[in-house]
Write a protein that binds this ligand. Structure first.
Ligand code: ADP
Ligand code: MG
Length: 693
């Protein structure tokens, strides 16, 4: 259970004064639904209001806090012109300017003849010094609360600076002092302050240096988050590794047979990965390994060789895919590769029902099926293996750590191999998987056509359509991807449907559509049409929907490329150039391009090395956004920024290792503080892996 001390932070943000129903949606969108999320909403800038000159010394273009006598109101003569409030001090005159002032608010807050503290940006208008819509107007005795350095928070539609600042302040007021969870010597060496103080400091920047990721307060908070992440992963991993592993070793008989029947030769990189995995399987301890390889790098056959080790050892293996479609595709591929090998293999997806499903399950439990391929359906109740030795998860970031572990638990000592098609920098591997062992497949497969990448503004859609027409006439197959972003799902869906309609009008019936809202059977039909002879253009909404292998496809068009992450674009591009023919990837963007989008496109044009692209992307945008939209399933950090805090990540990992050696169940004083840390960062699940969780 969450320690009671944290409860105030886990109330809805709407309990805070100033977060009404109107602002709640904006606050939730920006920070999150709970009070604790507001703590993580750190300022992105500051306004220094400490400068308090006399009017004569006030400089145009700067922010100043002035003490003014209110001389006279000069009401707006018509709706288009502002109300002016003429003010002065003993050194000069300044005019406060208000457009669309409502009611008698101005009269009340700036009564003629009174003295007020006014803070805002000073401008010069002709000969006149002006301040339009001051940020603060206060009586003299509140001067100290105005003449400060004010944090500036990221905002969104639906909320302005003042209520946002007020909400964060209210959240900070609820933050309790918490026991220290960081190793005391580290706290000392880094000159960090206690959590609560660091939080207060991070929200009260005094200079731009305080906003930098390496500012003391910010780095301490980042460390907290990384520590929670590493600790949670270590606990999950320990439980997965827990119990005895088993040595899974084969005699190579099936592997040799299958390899001999392959229509190609393994590359050096594939061979090395396969060997690493086989060696790891043969070890007594439980395997937890990540197989990283770019789209189309040939991971499937490496996974198959791993599974054959299990079969050679007399046990079973399972391969789990993130979608129905991919499961089917893996099924078809493996079915082909296994032909004549004598290995028995079956497919199990959520769609299998009734007698057939029963038959598969019975055969599986009896050990008559050697390799089972499927979707989430694999780790449901009632799916019992005779002897599962290896679980392979082809995840493309769709599965959480816990689901992976659930599958591994189908076999009491089963080894786990996770395949990922998104090249991930080392530091991210660490945050998403803990220190899993990693095998990488690098380089392009032989005989693959190169892909030319071009970028164009969306306005040139007509030209693009004409080019598509020509390519199609020459026998090419074309992917046409429209973006799908959570917030505007309906709009985007409409855009995809419209595009589909438009292309149909231009090119006739042979244009298929696939999107996330379609029924599985409809999706499959559309995909099958595109993969087969039924369609030459496929309009699709997301990466996952096109996560299939159509070697004949040579053109990839991405609309609104600026809305995709670099890794996503790279993945999409990887869908073409899978056959011998060279491919084309056209990135259509809405002009003008922002700086990041421009850099992203430049990188894509420069290289097709997925690992390099991933590293560049991390540098460009930080980890949170690295993998594009939410579907990534990667941990999202609020406070840590891996582009800057990679070093802290390594420290956190080492620290976690030490702590768990000394205090495996987190029962010491520091151990209990660490439990609080896990709850603070909503890693409640991880606590369950402790004996008294
Ligand atoms: P990934 O799963 O890594 O995206 P796949 O395993 O689906 O890639 O491989 C992509 C294609 O390349 C498949 O059609 C596969 O048969 C083929 N392939 C795999 N290894 C080789 C190789 N060494 N030489 C040529 N083709 C290969
Ligand atoms: Mg694959």
């Amino acid at each position: 259970m969450r320690p009671a001390i944290l409860n105030p932070l886990f109330a809805k943000a709407t309990v805070l004064p100033g977060v009404g129903t109107r602002t709640a949606a904006a606050v939730e969108h920006l920070a999150g639904p709970l009070v604790v999320h507001l703590l993580w909403h750190l300022p992105s800038g500051l306004i220094d209001r400490r400068h308090a000159p006399k009017v004569a010394e006030a400089e145009a273009g700067t922010t100043a806090t002035l003490t003014l006598r209110i001389d006279r109101h000069r009401p707006s003569p018509d709706r288009r012109r502002p109300t002016k409030v003429l003010c002065s001090d003993e050194t000069g005159f300044i005019t406060l300017v208000f457009f669309h002032a409502r009611g008698d608010w101005l009269q009340r807050s700036l009564p003629e003849g009174s003295v007020r503290v006014v803070s805002g940006r000073v401008e010069r208008y002709g000969d006149e010094l002006q301040m339009a819509h001051p940020d603060h107007i206060a009586p003299l005795d509140e001067r100290d609360s105005v003449q400060t350095v004010e944090p500036v928070y990221p905002l969104t539609a639906g909320i302005t600076a003042k209520p946002m600042t007020r909400a964060v302040r209210a959240a900070l007021a609820k933050a309790p002092a918490l026991p220290e969870w960081i190793e005391p010597r580290l706290v000392e060496a880094r000159h960090w302050s206690a959590w609560k103080d660091a939080l207060a400091t991070a929200h009260a920047p005094e200079s731009t240096a305080d906003l930098e990721p390496d500012a003391l307060a910010r780095s301490r908070l980042a460390y907290d988050e990384l520590l929670a992440n590493q600790l949670a992963l270590a606990l999950v991993r320990r439980s997965a590794r827990g119990g005895r592993g088993r040595a899974v070793a084969g005699d190579g008989r099936l592997r040799a047979k299958v390899e001999a029947a392959l229509p190609f030769r393994l590359t050096g990189s594939q061979r090395q990965a396969a060997d690493e995995i086989a060696a790891d399987l043969a070890r007594e301890r439980r395997m937890l390994r990540l197989l990283q390889g770019d789209v189309g790098s040939g991971k499937t056959v490496v996974a198959l060789l791993a599974m054959l080790v299990a079969v050679e050892a007399g046990a079973q293996a399972a391969l789990m895919a993130p979608t129905e479609l991919l499961a089917q595709q893996h099924g078809a591929t493996l079915g082909g590769l296994l032909e004549g090998s004598g290995v028995s293999f079956a497919l199990l997806t959520g769609r299998d029902k009734g007698r057939e499903r029963e038959a598969t399950l019975t055969a599986l439990a009896a050990g008559e099926i050697d390799i089972l391929v499927g979707t989430h359906a694999l780790f449901q109740k009632g799916v019992d293996f005779h002897d599962l030795a290896l679980a392979v998860v082809d995840e493309q970031h769709r599965f959480g750590v816990h689901q992976r572990m659930m599958l591994a638990r189908k076999g009491p000592a089963a080894d786990l191999l996770v395949m990922t098609a998104t090249p991930i920098p080392r530091s991210l591997v660490l945050t998403a998987y803990g220190d899993m062992d990693v095998s990488r497949i690098e380089g392009r497969l032989p005989g693959r056509g190169a892909v030319a990448t071009r970028a164009m503004p969306l306005e040139r859609l007509d030209e693009v359509a004409a080019a598509v027409g020509r390519a199609r006439a020459a026998g090419a197959k074309v992917y046409w991807v429209c973006p799908l972003v959570e917030e505007s799902e309906t709009v985007d869906l409409a855009a995809a449907t419209d595009r589909h309609e438009g292309l149909r009008q231009a090119f006739g019936e042979r244009v298929a559509l696939v999107h996330g809202r379609m029924k599985a059977a409809e999706k499959d039909a559309a995909m099958a049409a595109f993969a087969g002879d039924g369609a030459d253009i496929l309009v699709a909404t997301t990466v996952v929907e096109v996560g299939v292998d159509v070697p004949a496809a040579t053109v990839m068009i991405v609309e609104h490329a600026e809305r995709f992450g670099l890794a996503q674009l790279h993945q999409l591009r990887g869908r073409v150039g899978r056959g011998e023919k060279p491919g084309t990837c056209l990135l259509l963007y809405a002009a003008p391009l922002g700086e990041t989008a421009r850099a992203r496109i430049a990188i894509l044009r420069e290289t097709d090395d997925g690992f390099r692209i991933a590293e560049e992307d991390l540098r460009l945008r930080g980890a949170g956004e690295l993998l594009g939209t939410r579907q990534s399933g990667m941990p999202e950090f609020h406070l840590a920024d891996l582009a800057h805090h990679e070093e802290l990540l390594a420290v956190a990992r080492d620290d976690v290792r030490l702590v768990l050696e000394r205090d495996p169940e987190l029962e010491s004083e520091r151990g209990r503080a660490l439990r609080t840390l896990l709850y603070l960062f909503e890693r409640d699940m991880a606590v369950r892996y402790l004996r008294s969780g």
